[in-house]
Design a protein. Structure first.
Length: 152
């Protein structure tokens, strides 16, 4: 039997061709994922921003720190003030979308807040805001996380 004419059996040449096609497709998919995966998690550690994917471009920003505290509360809502420290590693201004997530003890999102920020080149900047969280769930919040993406 000839492997090239028998259905379901591939010749060595066609296996190599198929492997090359699959490798090219994997590369395409990795590039698509890296473009969509601009968000970086916060939580106190240093997290590198957009541009650290497969193409090995230098990072454009870094999440330095994210913090929160309750500044007011009543029977209806708790006011969570938050602070996000970002460091620009870019030579040009960056417009970023920041999302702060308020997490329960198991890391599930209880509530979140979003803000567009403009970063000046090569600076560390602090951005602040607050979120009113429903009192019924506010007591479940145990930690905070930040996701930051370059806006296009």
């Amino acid at each position: 039997m000839n492997a090239t004419t028998t259905p379901g059996i591939l010749s060595q040449g066609s296996i190599e061709e198929r492997l090359k096609l699959l490798e090219a497709r994997v590369t395409q998919l990795e590039q698509r994922i890296s473009k969509r995966d601009d968000f970086q998690s916060g939580g106190g550690g240093k997290n590198i921003g957009s541009g650290t994917s497969i193409d090995h471009q230098p990072p454009l920003f870094e999440i330095v720190k994210v913090d929160t505290r309750v500044t007011e509360s009543n029977t209806t809502w708790w006011k969570f003030a938050w602070k996000l420290v970002l460091k620009s590693l870019s030579e040009v201004p960056l417009q970023l979308s920041a999302k702060v997530e308020f997490l329960d003890a198991e890391g599930f999102v209880v509530d979140d807040d979003s803000k567009l920020v403009l970063m000046q080149p090569n600076r560390e900047e602090t951005f602040t805001d607050y979120k009113l969280v429903n009192a019924a769930v506010a007591g479940n919040i145990r930690s905070i996380s930040a996701k930051v993406a370059l806006t296009r």
